[in-house]
Each structure stands twice: as structure tokens, then as C-alpha cells.
Write a protein that binds this ligand. Structure first.
Ligand code: S6P
Ligand code: ZN
Length: 195
């Protein structure tokens, strides 16, 4: 069968890709960041244990595919986070945690590998916690601060997608804390304590 060709559209590879084994992103418009213990003063409860640890210890790495300018309304971003296993005085390694600068912007997280806890905090102070594991899907509602702790003994990998006009507000969590901490409980398993 023959087609009347008006115009051919060239078939191209997309500008970015996800390695489905490591969830490492490759391509253009990627932004990467790495947080070491020394970059995270004041977020763990046990300041003495924190002071005794090597500040160069890597806690987590983030890669984000940001194909539009930050602040663009209607766009989307895609990211992966890898949190190393470890604790500071029995409190699991975790992300800084944030709400969105445009607080009415929601986000998806999904578990890729490892075990973790997603802490969620509403402006009214309600705290929820969801278990993260390979394949878990987490809808982070608008107006909800979020932080992730790695409760396993291997790196925790999770993916995220959020609006390109969401932005980040770290100041609120930094000054007020999260209201809950994920720690090793008496039985040696993760426990969430309200503080
Ligand atoms: C962005 C999204 C994630 C986090 C990342 C690190 O909205 O929630 O990419 O940035 O997991 O967490 P944090 O709290 O240090 O930004
Ligand atoms: Zn977010």
C-alpha cells in the first residue's frame, strides 16, 4: 500500500532517559545535587551524635529533569532521589523536607528500591506516614510538607514528579521541625515518634 506523503516527521530520541535498574537520569536539562551530613545541621535530634560523625558522609543525591524554566506555569519536572542507609543517633538518614513555595501544588512520589517512610505534614499539624517500597505510589496533596527517611540497610531510591511552578519552601520545616521523627524503636524496627 502506498501513502500520499505530504510531509515526513523525523523520529528522534527523547532528550532524557531513565536507567530502569539504577534510576539514574541521563540527558539534557538535568540538575543534580548532593547532600552530605555537613549540609544538614539541625535536622537530626541528637546534636551530639551528629557532631561525632564525619560531615563528608553522603546522605542523599537528587537528580531532576527540568525541561522548562523553574516557575513556568503548566510544566512538569521529574526527579529521582537516592538516600543512603544510616542513622544519626538512631534517627534514620532523611531528606531536609519541604513544602512547596506555591503551597497549593501537589506532587507524586513512587518507590523504586529499598525501604523508607514518607512523612506528610498539613498546615493544621496533622502528621501522616506512608511506607515506601518498590512500586509504592504516593500522592502528596497540595499544602502538605514532605520528607523521606531511609529505614532499610540499602540505598532507598524513589522517583518524583511535580509542577514546574511549585518551587520549594525549606524555611518553614527548618524553623518549626516536622513534628515527627523516624527512629529505630526498642524492637530494632522503625518507629515514628511525635516530638
Ligand atoms: C521536589 C521533590 C524531590 C525532593 C528530593 C530532596 O519537589 O520533592 O525531588 O526535592 O527528594 O528532598 P528535599 O526536601 O531536600 O528537597
Ligand atoms: Zn516537593
Amino acid at each position: 500500500m502506498e501513502f500520499d506523503v505530504i510531509q515526513r516527521v523525523s523520529l528522534i530520541d527523547p532528550p532524557a532517559a531513565v536507567n530502569l535498574h539504577t534510576w539514574h537520569l541521563e540527558g539534557t536539562n538535568l540538575v543534580e545535587s548532593l547532600k552530605r551530613l555537613g549540609d544538614l545541621p539541625g535536622i537530626f535530634r541528637d546534636a551530639r551524635a551528629f557532631a561525632l560523625m564525619d560531615p563528608d558522609t553522603v546522605v542523599y543525591r537528587v537528580q531532576a529533569y527540568m525541561p522548562t524554566t523553574e516557575g513556568t506555569e503548566g510544566g512538569l519536572y521529574f526527579g529521582t532521589t537516592v538516600i543512603e542507609p544510616g542513622t544519626v543517633g538512631g534517627e534514620y538518614f532523611m531528606t531536609r523536607g519541604h513544602s512547596h513555595a506555591r503551597a497549593d501544588r501537589a506532587e507524586f512520589y513512587w518507590g523504586v528500591k529499598g525501604q523508607g517512610v514518607l512523612l506528610l505534614l498539613t498546615p493544621g499539624g496533622t502528621i501522616r506516614a506512608e511506607r515506601i517500597s518498590a512500586g509504592s505510589l504516593h500522592y502528596i496533596d497540595a499544602n502538605t510538607a514532605h520528607r523521606v527517611a531511609n529505614t532499610g540497610d540499602e540505598p532507598l531510591i524513589f522517583g518524583a514528579s511535580w509542577p514546574s511552578d511549585a518551587g520549594h519552601n525549606y524555611a518553614e520545616i527548618a524553623s518549626q521541625g516536622f513534628g515527627a521523627r523516624v527512629v529505630i524503636g526498642a524492637s530494632g524496627t522503625p518507629e515514628i515518634i511525635v516530638v
